[in-house]
Design a protein around this ligand. Structure first.
Ligand SMILES: CC(=O)SCCNC(=O)CCNC(=O)[C@H](O)C(C)(C)COP(=O)(O)OP(=O)(O)OC[C@H]1O[C@@H](n2cnc3c(N)ncnc32)[C@H](O)[C@@H]1OP(=O)(O)O
Ligand SMILES: CC(C)C(=O)C(=O)O
Length: 528
């Protein structure tokens, strides 16, 4: 029987009575159960360290009996982590519990989490056990776990679909046997927030010794209600939330740690509870878990999606520039982002466009700004997102318009496995056609040498980038050439179904921009 004066039991009682919500992270156990999310031991250690730094109270590091790798990972994390409690999962069997205890042996603070299903469906078909046998297993497993540690968590798998009277008996027996945390899982994400909160209240009202344990919840997201169910449970008296970074987990995942924590922080007026999470570490943890599992975060994912603090619509951008509170309920810095971003696209307005130009170092007069804005809108209609580079090109084009001293006329290139690449090029320079022939290390090199021969210059080629505008062998090649001279950098772009022609045109476009920039500062010729 549990000693109610034991420090763990006392802490449990205090937590249950107080406003501290224990954050139990199961990214490394339930999170890893997401198909395709397996992590190596080294990766699990990295995640555990970030969780510890973040202030997670309990890290469920794995299911030690599941495999040698899981055992080793839990064992390694138990050695390294000092601030958080390290927890291992086990079924209601002596072998599982002893294996978990062995893995957790070096931990400064350890918890054994043992579970068994209690719903009629799971008991009958999966476990093929009678309810009374399950009840006896609850007592046996918790008692065995208590031989290894004072910190024992017991879970009734499929708790939300369990008959209430039987659930109360199991919970009471688990606490009687020494469980200090009672976890009520919504294993299949079936619960509805008010119904789930009522279940927690009923447990509190019907289990005589419930004040000797912390009530925990573990909600799955099959109906997208995991976070709502978890928060409603806290309002009803639960004081531990089980969750995962980015909400990963079995099937549709678990309650997302970042969402429950930021909801409690942002709506502290309605949810006046404390937790130890350093929210500024959220982005770091999210990116690490995404990178390790290979699970991309959807752009509109709450808190950690790339769009969570990004604004594209003109009216929103205007509001944001005037007061961030108009469209942001959280500060991006509070989750570890440097600042919100104004994403330029077809819905953006003039205020945001002017601000973006300022950030990019342009100060345009009213007419030039209006002109650039129209061109920007035109481009945005054709392009999903307009990047900073597009805006630079657009404004540079405008500045350089009318100053096309050099024009592409024609190009013939010879190349192949047996021939030295050769370019025959004709350009028009200040209205006069000039031709050159050059050889090079490849057709592009030969073409660029021919340009230098016709129009000698010192500019350095910093970037040559080829992309495809469309797919297939008839795709247009989209070439970008970046030239730099005396600290001035310009990009020239061109598209053509012939990659070498696109390269020549892009080089000429960049050269024209450089000429314009050069003439603005020192009206001498660019030619050497
Ligand atoms: C809701 C949850 O997320 S629970 C955690 C789920 N996570 C995992 O299952 C991941 C790790 N699991 C594994 O590696 C394996 O399933 C193991 C090592 C645990 C067991 O493997 P195996 O011995 O091959 O059994 P298998 O997985 O096929 O079947 C599970 C067995 O455990 C039994 N079982 C299931 N839950 C429990 C439980 N809580 N307590 C006791 N027995 C249980 C099942 O009834 C079944 O028993 P049976 O073999 O007598 O029919
Ligand atoms: C083991 C328990 C807590 C679980 O993962 C579930 O029921 O979903």
């Amino acid at each position: 029987m549990a000693d109610s004066t034991h420090p763990v039991a006392e802490a449990a009682q205090q937590a249950a009575a107080g406003d501290h919500v224990v954050i139990f992270d199961t990214t490394l156990r339930d999170g890893e159960q997401s198909p395709g999310a397996s992590m190596t031991i080294e990766e699990k250690i990295r995640v555990a360290q970030v969780l510890e730094e973040m202030g997670v109270d309990v890290i469920e590091a794995g299911f030690p009996i599941a495999s040698e790798g899981d055992f080793q990972a839990v064992n390694a994390i138990a050695r390294i982590v000092k601030e958080s409690v390290v927890c291992g999962l086990s079924r209601a069997s002596a072998a599982d519990i002893d294996r978990a205890a062995e893995a957790l042996q070096p931990a400064a603070r350890k918890r054994i989490h043992t579970f068994i299903a209690t719903s009629p469906l799971h008991m009958k078909f999966k476990l093929q056990m009678e309810p009374e046998q399950v009840l006896q297993r609850v007592i046996d497993s918790v008692s065995r776990a208590r031989r290894h540690t004072d910190d024992v968590e017991w879970s009734c798998e499929d708790g939300s679909r369990t008959e209430h009277e039987f659930l109360f008996r199991c919970v009471e027996a688990a606490i009687e046997a020494g469980a200090t945390t009672i976890n009520i899982p919504d294993t299949v994400g079936y619960a509805y927030p008010e119904e789930f909160a009522d279940l927690i209240r009923e447990i509190r009202n019907n289990v005589p010794n419930i004040d000797k344990a912390v009530i925990s919840v573990h909600c799955h997201n099959d109906l997208g209600l995991a976070v709502a169910n978890s928060l409603m449970a806290v309002e009803a008296g639960a004081r531990q939330i089980e969750c995962t970074i980015n909400g990963i987990g079995e099937r549709a995942g678990n309650a997302a740690l970042e969402e429950v924590v930021m909801a409690m922080r942002t709506r502290a007026d309605l949810l006046p509870y404390r937790n130890r999470i350093v929210t500024q570490e959220i982005m770091k943890a999210s990116r690490l878990v995404s990178a390790i599992t290979g699970f991309a975060i959807q752009p509109n994912k709450a808190i950690v999606g790339t769009n969570a603090f990004a604004h594209e619509s003109g009216i929103h951008q205007d509001g944001m520039l005037k007061h961030a509170g108009t469209y942001e309920i959280m500060k991006p810095e509070d989750v570890g982002l440097v600042k919100s971003s104004l994403v330029m696209g077809k819905h953006s307005g003039r205020h945001a466009f002017r601000k973006k130009l300022e950030e990019l170092g342009y100060e345009l007069g009213e007419n030039a700004l209006n002109d650039a804005f129209l061109r920007f809108k035109n481009l945005a209609d054709r392009k999903k997102e307009v990047f900073d580079e597009d805006i630079v090109a657009l404004v540079d084009d405008q500045i350089g318009a009318g100053a096309q001293r050099i024009r592409f006329v024609r190009l013939a290139v010879q190349c192949g496995s047996e021939i030295k690449p050769r370019a025959d090029l004709v350009l028009e320079v200040d209205g006069e056609e000039k031709a050159a022939t050059a050889e090079g290390d490849g057709p592009v090199d030969a073409t660029f040498r021919a340009i230098r021969e016709i129009f000698p210059h010192q500019a350095e080629l910093q970037l040559f980038q080829v992309g495809a505008v469309t797919q297939g062998t008839d795709a247009q090649a989209d070439v970008t050439v970046r030239l730099a001279e005396n600290g001035k950098t310009v990009n020239g772009g061109a598209a053509d179904t012939d990659t070498i022609v696109a390269a020549a045109r892009a080089y000429v476009a960049a050269l024209n921009k450089l000429l314009t920039k050069r003439e603005k500062t020192a009206p001498a010729a660019l030619t050497a």
